[in-house]
Write a protein that binds this ligand. Sequence first.
Ligand code: PHE
Ligand code: ZN
Length: 851
Amino acid sequence: MSEAQAIYLKDYKAPAFSIEDVNLRFELFEEYALVTNVMNIQKVDTGVQELSLHCRDLELLEFWINDLKLQDTRYVLEEEKLTILNVPSVFSIKIINKIYPQNNTELEGLYKSGSIFCTQNEPEGFRSITPYLDRPDVMSVFTTTIVADKEKYPVLLGNGNKKESFDLGKRHSVTWHDPHPKPSYLFALVAGDLGSISDEYITASGENVELNIYCDLGNESKCHHAMKSLKEAMLWDEEKYGREYDLEIYNIVAVDSFNMGAMENKGLNIFNSAYVLADEDSASDANFMGIQSVIAHEYFHNWTGNRITCRDWFQLTLKEGLTVFRDQCFSADLNSQEVQRIEDVKSLRERQFVEDASPTAHPIQPKSYISMNNFYTATVYEKGAEVIRMIHTLLGEELYRKATDLYFETFDGQAVTTKDFLWAMSSASGVDLSAFELWYHQSGTPKLKVEEKFENGVYTLTLTQVIPNTVEGRAQKPYFFPLKIALLDEDAKEVVTETLKVSKESESFHFEGFNLKPVLSINRDFSAPIIIEQEYNNFAFLMKHDTNGFVKYEAAQIFAIETIEAIMRGEEVNPRFSEAYGHLLDLEGDLSYKALLLELPTVSTLMQRMSDIDFDVIYEAKEKLSQHLAQNFQEKLLAIYEVNHEPGSFGMDALAISKRAIKNRALKILSALETRDVIEIAKRQYEESVTMTDRVVALDVLENTDPEYAEVTLADFYSKYKKQTLVMNKYFSILAASHREGTLDRVMALQNDAVYDEKVPNLVRSLIGVFARNYKHFHAKNGYGYKFVADKIIEIDKINPQMASGLCGAFKIYNKMNEKNKSMMKVELSRIISTHELSKNSFEIISKILK
Ligand code: PHE
Ligand code: ZN
């Protein structure tokens, strides 16, 4: 892989040409597709003589400039670009080229998902459809005509509003026109024999919007939750941000083969079917939540992404960080603030903190990339959202709204930078954000050392920032961030509640007038994405009494982490932890929240504080604590289970969902005992329950406790659901995540299952991806886990490089592993990187890990 070239932000140059409008005509056939592309182009930089268009693997059939057919002396066609020599200042180009969507396994550009033609163009897929200035700062008005067989492809969809359609005998055509100028990455088309459900939405200013959700025939009844979520999102954006929808029609199409979650193409979102289809029998509560949030996320992009887009791909967090923050707030408003915040922080820590501590760490605005596809990361998305959240905290609700209004007014219709966003935030609010900007440019998770002093009634809090160096070893500067704290008296009353503005490497804050030393409740609501380092704190007190839902959870987590670390050092379970945990079991109130409080830290959380990681040791210690708690609180846990177990009811209301959450948490903790009673409960739950949530938990418990029952129930599950791929993903995941002996062999065998298909990303993720995160078997001491995943990466890299580089992520903890595992990993990493014709996607990740 010698030709892997990095692109740098500092090399950005404004485009030399603009494309006023573009007319596309797609003739779709079974073997190939013909694309006719007519563009009106203008020189912006008059000093430039030649026009260089992006293109990838294209077969050029005809090429015209201003109605003159071009001879091949006037242009140069290379693998990645098409250069036209000596162009005038205003001209039109017509290109006819041929592509092969049927052979496209990378799922970028125009491809087929099953029998549906669809597209995925972000970030740089459009160049494999037709030659173009495929960069987000070139915005144009698109008109698209799709021509295809009438019977096979009765539904033909494009961006914008539908203009006209023609019956051409065996074939037919439909033309779509999108009045809003947009970059090519937002272009989409779909052709297929699709089912759909329809609805309408009336905007705040009285405009009628037609809403359609398309899916494979027969799945229509599974689209209603997505439709409901869409309407909720439309209303929320009007109320919270004053943003209305801007076309006559909003289409969503669900496809089975998709590299990511979903895509916000203007007026024509294309979704991974996992984020559209759901009904009570086949989807879990988490699936329902996921759909609500992804549907909203893509809808919110219409303003934060489409109306205002990114100048270049280094600005990705401009749209993604902001849109994730928006969808997080939406989900919190519709469900529970506390639960949503904890879930978001959990995911940030498990994915983003790990990334930020790895060789692939990067700022939310990276400085360079080899493959842009590798930068759709937890850092750009989730840390990006935390950065927006901090701005929101610093400005307060009202000024934040004033600032977003200014952002939309000023930059509507433009491709802008994160600097432009920050300008709007600070100039509308008067809050100086110049020191805040560092969050965009530095990588790594900052640590905050906390020291407390109490003397003569004065409480002093000294905060010291420990800023990690860059991956390359360069020193970085301290940050500016809001830190929500409270000081609690012995009755847990908030005596002081404040948002500190931390900006120095080290600073002290003084609070007067105490008789007794108060208890510190710090980083409330997780107001900054940092790691707090404290010598000692009153975790038990905070677990029991803190009035901030997040800190209460946090105290339980940290106390559990410290307890498990002590077990790893050979100590017994700390009885004070056990006692505080027992207290949580008695809590009243929101059961979903309680279920989170009772969850023990994940292995991925535990390993973050360690070096020379040995997963077997971590597992063993965690198991020991689980068993101790299960034993100690067996009766209470069983009682919680029985009270909340309602096998016969679906119920998708908050109460029903939270009852399932708490009773399944109780069941999982109890399962550490591996007693007959508990196994029977799981078996009964599988047999009686009518929800997918209950069935999956029961299967998972059985798989990890009783091989015999597991086999029978899994076979039953398989025969019931083998026709529903989305459900089969769950089946594969349970088996791939199993702790049982022989898991690797079974995963290998499952690749030959009739349902499994290496070309479908969801299936690869649920079998291979989940196995690569199975700490026990992936990191097995015989090295077979590593070898298997490396084999898969090499194989899948040839089919779909984006999928392959995603799997490479499993090796990111290489540096932190113990010597034995590390040396086995190194063999496999070296084997991957020396593979002939490895994609630049996988090359970029593996080379960073090996550096
Ligand atoms: N822009 C999409 C989103 O966040 C994500 C995506 C990126 C999808 C690249 C496909 C390819 O909503
Ligand atoms: Zn997004």
